[in-house]
Design a protein around this ligand. Structure first.
Ligand SMILES: [Zn+2]
Length: 357
């Protein structure tokens, strides 16, 4: 995982491995990509998933300022005006919402599309079998009911598959792969075409039970969307412990905003993390920042042989706004002052700087 907040040049990279006994070992790294390189390292070889979550939050909050204050639970919100009231949707506890466009990986064949009626103005369209992968912490075992917010233009363009690895799905759709659920418009039902709506596969015997995934234990899961009929648009995926919650009725087909503050970290690929660490290591070496001993001692245990990490490319420091290369003159200036704590830089490439003339 990599911390979301990047506007100070400080980035937290978290790597973890599962031990044979199911416990985790984890390395938390504070990287300063604008000045000093590897700043801090914390390693723990024996964490439960819960302890890991807590350690992650703790390490994050000690270095990264929250972007906005978290809404207090049970606080009474100010009386909304009429317009806002319409958009408020009561969401049961234990409800998780994923934005389709926020996948950590898209197969070839998935397109991002702009749609003013989609949440954040963005949705995806997927060719048959093309997947979007999402990573999610599911906090409780048991049945998680599944709903998707989709736009089905017409017959033959009105379905999507959703799956969760290592979960049991109901109703299971073999063609979609292991643990897949098919959300589709029932043949002959024309009422669901041409508008955004929340949909779920209902119990085949018509018992009004939404489709669900059975989760054996809490933890991190990989959820995926998979194209079944090109043309169908996917905006949000909702998982809830509540069987009765019907987002279509609750929101009248509207997107459901993710009200909780964003998780301070986002999932990243192993290689992206290695790249970032390698970059910080190069900076540390160039400006002679002492490596934390825990970093030297444990880096290999979590991230493997550092000599095999992807090489750092281009200039040592990058434009603080767009990550483009900086000219030698700017890099030399930063190097010279890398250890002066009373000097803070905000250095831009020519293109970004040009905006301010
Ligand atoms: Zn730039």
């Amino acid at each position: 995982m990599i911390s979301r907040s990047r506007d100070t040049g400080m980035v937290i990279v978290v790597g973890t491995r599962k031990r044979p006994d199911g416990k985790l070992k984890a390395m938390f790294l504070l990287l300063d990509l604008w000045k000093k390189g590897v700043r801090d390292c914390f390693y723990d070889a024996n964490l439960t998933e819960r302890q890991f979550e807590r350690a992650t939050q703790r390490f994050g909050s000690s270095y990264v300022e929250p972007e906005q204050p978290l809404p207090e639970e049970n606080s009474t919100p100010p009386e909304p005006d009429e317009e806002v009231k319409e958009q408020l949707v009561r969401v049961p506890r234990n409800t998780l919402i994923i934005e389709a466009e926020s996948a950590i990986h898209f197969d070839n064949g998935v397109q991002l599309v702009d749609d003013p009626e989609a949440s954040n103005g963005k949705a995806i369209v997927s060719a048959k079998d093309a997947r979007g992968l999402y990573e999610l912490y599911i906090p409780k075992p048991g049945k998680w009911y599944i709903w998707i917010r989709a736009f089905f233009p017409k017959d033959g363009e009105d379905s999507y598959w959703i799956g969760i690895d290592n979960a049991e799905s109901f109703p299971r759709d073999e063609q979609g792969g292991p643990s897949a659920i098919r959300v589709r418009v029932e043949p002959g039902d024309t009422s669901k075409w041409g508008r955004w709506l929340w949909d779920t596969p209902m119990h085949p015997l018509g018992k009004r039970i939404p489709g669900y995934f059975r989760i054996k234990s809490k933890g991190y899961y990989r959820i995926w969307s998979k194209g079944r009929e090109m043309g169908s648009r996917l905006d949000q995926i909702l998982l809830t412990r509540s069987r009765k919650f019907n987002p279509e009725t609750a929101s009248e087909g509207k997107p459901i905003p993710i009200l909780t503050a964003p998780h301070p970290y986002e999932p990243a690929t192993f290689e992206d993390c290695q790249k970032m660490i390698r970059h910080a290591v190069e900076i540390s070496k160039e400006v002679k920042t002492e490596f934390p001993w825990e970093f030297k001692y444990w880096i290999n245990d979590i991230w493997g042989d550092i000599r095999k990490f992807p090489e750092h490319e281009g200039s040592l420091y990058k434009c603080h706004k767009c990550d483009a290369d900086l000219p030698d003159q700017a890099v030399d200036l930063i190097k010279q002052h890398a250890h002066s704590d009373d000097i803070q830089f905000y250095i831009l490439c020519r293109k970004c700087g040009g905006e301010f003339d």
